[in-house]
Write a protein that binds this ligand. Structure first.
Ligand code: SF4
Length: 377
């Protein structure tokens, strides 16, 4: 099987200052050296630098990639998809469309997890005005992708620009068919906040919640948030997901009615009672595995089962220059590291049968270690 990573061919991250990246996990941040403040989107994703990065994927050297990128472990997402086969055959270094765009320039978040940031970031005054202006410029310049992460560097509800976009989604008809992904810590995603972004509900395909602890004291320490409020909001999201799944089944069965006249009558009736054909969103959870929480991975599976989560991603913690940890402190957090004194203990927890649950996605080195545990019994 040919190893192939699709990210630099299908993804784009829009960062602050007009910078564009084609893979956030590359050693150089995946920056293309193209600036959206000066050139168009298509030029910004096809610069010489961008082409060099794509060439490194096609020639198999992966020279720009961070060695700890989860996609370099095993065959995770290295697909034999025909589209990717075509890219491999044509060896095309430029792309004409991007499938997934990440709006990653608003760092606003109500929490300050040490792996990610040193303090809570909330722009105000001049900074907020500049951010909103920049956000408008980006939305105007980018084409409508199939999928868009509206909160790539902050919280979907804590971020002013993401919240504005979601609330006024009807004002952006070009994104009408775009599936939206919301990354959030969910502590602000109350029933009221959910109602306030009603305009975008139909397009929300994934809500991805970061929860790095299954117990209150751990959550408070690692994510600095209110665990009780998080649990209430997760139960609410779970109920909304159920509601959307049920209504979409009913509405979709109505709207599959045979002839067009009947269809039009049905659509009018459905609109009158306030139902729209809707897509149930996927509810996902991210758990950044580290020294302070690895003993709770099994409990997290139980909680996610309780909330009817579709997918639970266990992601090995990694160094972010924006975070509060030094490189040495990060090495101490990485209990899955080959020389970490707690590795043996970590492997015992990795044997927990709850981690074999179908919703569990162990990423990168965690998957490799799990395979090792299975092989050695
Ligand atoms: S292998 Fe990882 S670092 Fe390399 S392009 Fe893919 S996602 Fe980016």
């Amino acid at each position: 099987m040919t190893r192939f990573c699709n990210w630099p061919f299908e993804f784009a991250w829009i960062r602050g200052g007009g910078r564009v990246s084609i893979c956030c996990r590359m050693k150089n941040g995946g920056y293309t050296d193209g600036n959206l403040n000066e050139i168009g989107f298509e030029d910004a994703i096809n610069t010489d630098t961008a082409q060099a990065m794509r060439r490194s994927i096609l020639d198999g050297t992966y020279g720009y990639c961070s060695p700890d990128c989860p996609k370099l472990f095993g065959e995770h997402n290295m697909s034999e998809n025909t589209k990717y086969q075509q890219i491999l055959e044509n060896r095309s270094l430029t792309v004409t469309e991007i499938r997934h765009i990440v709006l990653g320039y608003d760092r606003s978040c109500s929490l300050a997890c040490p792996s990610c940031r040193k303090e809570v970031f909330t722009p105000v005054g001049e900074e907020l005005v500049r951010l909103k202006k920049y956000h408008d410029m980006v939305l105007e310049k980018i084409p409508a992708p199939e999928e868009m992460n509206v909160s790539g560097s902050g919280d979907a509800i804590g971020s002013v620009t993401a919240r504005m976009f979601l609330r006024n989604f009807g004002s952006y008809p070009k994104f009408g068919n775009t599936r939206l992904m919301l990354a959030t810590n969910a502590t602000l995603l109350t029933p009221k906040a959910w109602a306030s972004i009603e305009a975008s509900h139909h397009n929300i395909a994934v809500i991805s919640v970061s929860i790095d602890g299954a117990r209150e004291e751990t959550y408070r320490k690692i994510r600095t948030g209110d665990f009780q409020r998080l649990k209430e909001n997760m139960s609410f999201l779970c109920s909304q997901r159920r509601h959307y799944t049920t209504t979409s089944k009913i509405v979709n069965s109505f709207t599959k009615i045979r002839d067009q006249r009947e269809q039009a009558t049905t659509n009018r009736a459905v609109a009158r009672i306030g139902w729209r054909p809707c897509r149930p969103f996927r509810l996902e959870v991210n758990f950044i595995v580290q020294k302070g929480n690895y003993t709770e991975m099994g409990e997290m599976v139980d909680l996610c089962r309780h909330w009817q989560v579709d997918r639970l991603h266990f992601i090995p913690i990694r160094f972010w220059s924006s975070g509060a940890y030094t490189k040495e402190e990060m090495a101490e957090q990485q209990v899955f590291g080959s020389t970490h004194r707690l590795l043996g203990n970590f492997l015992e927890y990795l044997k927990d049968p709850r981690l074999d649950d179908a919703i569990v996605d162990l990423q990168g080195r965690l998957a490799a270690l799990k395979r090792q545990c299975q092989a050695t019994g």
